[in-house]
Design a protein around this ligand. Structure first.
Ligand SMILES: [Mg+2]
Length: 272
């Protein structure tokens, strides 16, 4: 296998769980950085800005810059700004996502449409609807998205997770909103930015500036992290600190290239 010059890390269940770094994570990442490996961190959550993830990692003992973090909101903004910069968007999402998309220079129509007091909203000028994890979801937002979609607007999403894991359970994520709008309109989601879409890995490779075979994707979920890494042509390592057991990893197709107990086990794998 090619030597490893860059690593892409999932966060929850891989680097930390809740407010605690997982065993070996701080030591492993400190050593990898000392060896000048390039590192990026990816999260499917569009709720918080990249600064918040960088601050959390730094607080846990892994000094990180916002530029080293990729969220599904960032990926969507990055992709739309390069390929669909002309589209005016209606966003079913929280304020951070609107800020993130505006930060990429994209045009957002929420401030006009959310003030409209008619029951059947004329979604004037909406070229694309963006669905995201939104804890402020209302009938009104759903209706605006619906009206735009039945009139032919493009249909994009940051992420499609059914539920977001929380201490003590989970809460509804964007998957149900996407499914509801697909059901109501007969349309299909056209573009997904987050895992398991290839877009998030494309942006990661773009940012690293490395060929895929010199990059390792490290994550705890076989059906997203490991699958995406494989599809992008990266080496993959499944850590057993999160969602997967050794038996799951051995039975997975595609199988991860490496199964590791904790991130410390990366050190011999990444040694050039
Ligand atoms: Mg994870």
């Amino acid at each position: 296998m090619s030597p490893i010059d860059g690593l892409v890390f999932d966060l929850d269940g891989t680097v930390y769980l809740g407010e605690a770094a997982l065993p070996g994570a701080v030591e492993a990442l400190t050593e990898l950085r000392r060896q000048n490996k390039q590192m990026l961190f990816v999260s499917n959550k569009p709720l918080e800005p990249r600064e918040a993830y960088a601050a959390k990692l730094t607080r846990l003992g892994i000094p990180t810059l916002p530029d080293d973090v990729i969220t599904s909101a960032y990926v969507l903004g990055y992709h739309l700004a390069r390929h669909h910069a002309d589209l005016a968007l209606y966003v079913v999402g929280e304020p951070n996502l609107l800020d993130e998309l505006r930060g990429h220079g994209l045009k957002i129509l929420n401030e006009f449409l959310d003030q409209d007091d008619k029951e059947v909203i004329e979604p004037q000028g909406v070229d694309a609807v963006v669905i995201a994890f939104d804890r402020t979801l209302t009938y009104r937002k759903l209706n605006t998205a619906y009206q735009a979609l039945v009139r032919g607007a493009r249909f994009f999403a940051t992420n499609a997770d059914k539920a977001c894991p929380m201490p003590g359970g989970g809460i509804p994520d964007a998957g149900g909103t996407i499914a509801a709008l697909e059901h109501m309109t007969g349309r299909k989601l056209e573009l997904l930015a987050g895992k398991p879409s290839h877009l998030i890995m494309n942006v990661a490779l773009d940012r690293l500036g490395l060929p895929a075979e010199r990059v390792m994707m490290v994550g705890d979920r076989l059906e997203t992290d490991i699958l995406m890494g494989h599809q992008a042509g990266m080496q993959t390592a499944c850590t057993l600190t999160g969602a997967s057991t050794r038996a799951d990893a051995l039975a997975a197709s595609p199988a991860p290239h490496h199964i590791i107990e904790t991130l410390i086990d990366l050190l011999p794998l990444a040694q050039n």
